[in-house]
Design a protein around this ligand. Structure first.
Ligand SMILES: *Cc1c(COP(=O)(O)O)cnc(C)c1O
Length: 446
């Protein structure tokens, strides 16, 4: 992969990490910024390009996070930059529901064309993943005249009041932030590694349990929507077993329930398809996108069957900044880059390289219980050897070791014991392998 950027695609340490300039800024951060915000990497960024982040001290860091699966097309991607500059010079805001502009319509047309299914689709644009999830729930409830929303164990759907209720994990997302929204029901997730039943029949058993719980505890006729991440993100890159998503989709169709795929983290070529549900030919009634949609500018969307999206009264949806013209311009640059640079195919290659390297590590280090994921969305789950007991301490040590060596890794997982790999899809083979060799050292150092 050749990336058009002036930032050399190479790891380089010129100081320790954090270096003196980063240290000073991190000190200032602790004085000025709310203590409620976490920090995954201890260096302050000055510039970026492709799969490299350059910090204030001049260290070049391999980016295995892409801003949480956002910069799929690479950091500071040229087509995104060009379109953003052109748009910001023309105008930066009118509010689409006050005075419309083409970019918004163009992005909706792209989403309607590129999301799964040949049925007539329509879209609405908003600012963040959580806002898109909120809108999907609003639309589903209004369109079905039903209230219950079904979600899953280990789910992550955001941090606003409604989306906290949809999100599974208490600490840190929900602790002390209640009361939460009502009419949310959580179902068992077929998490293969930790499934207590017979793994040979996991799909059928999980589907049966979901249907049973819905019928006995809610009533299928009261359910507006079933919402699921096709690969769970913050929950630890949990891949549902084959047949589970098609089974849910079928159950929804049989019961008048809207099937919503939250593709906020899995979308935009990340998993080796434009959208992760395509892997099993699932066609959701609604699909939620954000993160990878606009190369780092704040944008998100709900795309769905036209009759569902049009069920809302005029002015029932909207917002001041939703579908901001600069963010829309960036998004068009993302669509163009994915198509012209073959990033769907590239994500599959990244998956092969990562998968191979991680499986080798797993055979060497028994604390790696599982390698899972798809495409450029892979993870390893760490346990205490000889058991399935989560090993969050080892996860923290490995991530910190890699940070000191100039490799940015992200954690995940309900048990805080998963390391996830979400590099920009444009990352070179050399950078990937370099990151994997640092990871090997990190495990060896434990
Ligand atoms: C990140 C994420 C969200 C929330 O998106 P924000 O833009 O952070 O509000 C929702 N769903 C999934 C699957 C996510 O990964």
């Amino acid at each position: 992969m050749t990336v058009l950027t002036s930032v050399p695609q190479q790891r380089l340490l010129v100081t320790e990490i954090p270096g003196p300039k980063s240290k000073a800024e991190i000190q200032r951060r602790s004085e000025e910024v709310s203590g409620g915000l976490g920090i995954a990497f201890p260096a302050v960024i000055a510039s970026t390009g492709g799969a490299i982040l350059v910090d204030l001290d001049g260290n070049q860091i391999i980016d295995m996070a892409a801003g949480i699966g956002v910069n799929n097309v690479g950091n500071s991607a040229q087509r995104v930059i060009d379109r953003v500059i052109e748009q910001v010079q023309a105008f930066s805001h009118t509010c689409f529901t006050v005075a419309p502009y083409q970019g918004y319509i163009d992005v909706c047309a792209k989403l309607n064309a590129h999301t799964p299914g040949t049925h007539k689709k329509k879209s609405v644009l908003v600012n963040s993943g959580a806002e898109a999830v909120e809108n999907a729930v609003k639309i589903a409830r209004h369109a079905t005249k039903r209230q219950a929303i079904v979600v899953f164990e280990h789910a992550y759907h955001g941090r606003t009041n409604l989306t906290m209720a949809l999100t599974a994990k208490n600490m840190p997302y929900k602790e002390g932030f209640g009361p939460f929204a009502s009419e949310i029901y959580r179902m068992p997730m077929p998490y293969e590694l930790r499934w207590l039943g017979d793994k040979a029949t996991i799909t059928a058993d999980a589907l049966e349990e979901v249907a049973h719980k819905i019928e006995k505890e809610i009533g299928a006729h009261n359910v507006a929507a079933i919402m699921i991440e096709p690969i769970q993100g913050e929950g630890g890159f949990i891949v549902p077993p084959k047949g589970f998503l098609p089974g849910l989709s079928k159950y929804c169709a049989e019961n008048g329930i809207i099937f919503i795929a939250d593709e906020v983290q899995t979308g935009f070529a990340r998993t080796g398809n434009m959208f992760a549900v395509e892997n099993e030919n699932v066609v959701p009634d609604m699909i939620i996108t954000a993160k990878g949609i606009a190369g780092g500018l704040p944008l998100a969307a709900v795309t769905g069957r036209a009759e569902i999206m049009d069920a809302i009264h005029v002015s029932g949806l909207g917002g001041t900044y939703g579908g901001n013209p600069v963010a829309c311009a960036a998004s068009l640059g993302v669509f163009e880059t994915i198509e012209q640079d073959g990033l769907i195919e590239r994500a599959r290659e990244v998956g092969k390289i990562l998968g191979h390297a991680l499986c080798e590590l797993a055979s060497k280090y028994p604390i790696i219980a599982e390698v899972r994921g798809r495409g450029a969305m892979m993870a390893i789950e760490l346990v205490k050897p000889g058991s399935l007991d989560p090993n969050p301490e080892a996860m923290t040590k490995v991530i910190n070791y890699c940070a000191k060596k100039g490799v940015l890794l992200l954690s995940a997982g309900t048990y805080s014991n998963v390391i996830r790999f979400l590099p920009p899809i444009v990352i070179s083979d050399e950078l990937l392998l370099d990151a994997m060799s640092v990871l090997d050292e990190a495990f060896a150092s434990l």
